[in-house]
Ligand binder design. Sequence first.
Ligand SMILES: [Cu+2]
Length: 282
Amino acid sequence: MEEAQRTVGRQSVTGMLLALVMAAVPLVAILYATHTRLPFVASQHGSGIDSMINYTLITVGVVFIVAHLIFAYFIWRFSRQDRVTSRLASTKAEWRWTLIPVIVMILIAEGGVLVIGMPVWRELYGTAESDNVVTVEVTAEQFAWNVRYPGKDGIFGQTAPARIELPVNPLGVDPTDPNANDDLYLGPELKLPVNKPARILLRSKDVLHSFFLPHQRIKQDAVPGMVIEVRFVPTEIGEFEIACTELCGLGHYKMRGVLTVMPQEEFHRWYTESTDLYFPGE
Ligand SMILES: [Cu+2]
C-alpha cells in the first residue's frame, strides 16, 4: 500500500513538472512573437498585408495557447490518479469534438481571408486602369535582377532566349525591333516614382526566383516561361532592398538589387533624360 502511494506521489511530481513545461511553451512563444518586428511599411497595400499577418498570428496563437493549457491540465489532472483507466468517447462525442473545431477554424481562417485578405489581393493582382502606371520589366536570373523600362514609346522590344548573349544582350532583345530602340536597361537598379502605381512584369531566364521587397510587402515568384504581373504603390521615398526569396542556387545569397523610390518630378526628369541617352547595343 505504502509503496503504491509513493509511486503515485512520484508520478504527480513528474506530472506537475511536465504540465508546467507544457504551459511554459506558449508563454515563451508569446514573448518571442512580441519581440519580432517587421520592417516599416512603404507601400499603400502594406498595412493590409500586416493586418493579415497579425490576424493569422493572433488567431493561431490563441488556439496554440489554449491547446497547450488544456494539454497541461490533462497531464497534471491524470498524473494524480492512482490507476490507469481507459475511457472511450462515444461515437457521437467523437464526431462532435471533431466537427466543432474544424468548423470554428474554417470560419476564423476563411473569414479573415475574405474580409482582410481579398481587398489586398485585388490591389496587387487586380486589373486596375493602365494609364498613369509606371510599367517595368524585371527579369530574374542566376544570380541577378535585370530591370528594363519600355522607353518613350511605352512598348518593350521583343525578346527571345536564342538571342541572349552575355554580356552585351542579357535579355535577348531583338535589335531590329523598332520598339527596342528606346528601351532602358538598369541591371539590378529599380527606380520608381513615389505615390504612383507601379506595374512590375516579372520574368525568369532560368529557374524559379522570388522578387521580394520587404518594406513594400511584395513577394512574388518569377517563373521561367511566364510573365507575372504585380502592382503596388510605393509611398515612401528612399532606397530599399530587393532580395530573392527562393533558394535558386549557390549564389542565391548575393542576388540583391536596389529599389530607389524618388519624388515624381525627379523620376520623370531622370526617365526622360535616360531614355534619350541609352540605346541597346551602344
Ligand atoms: Cu534567385
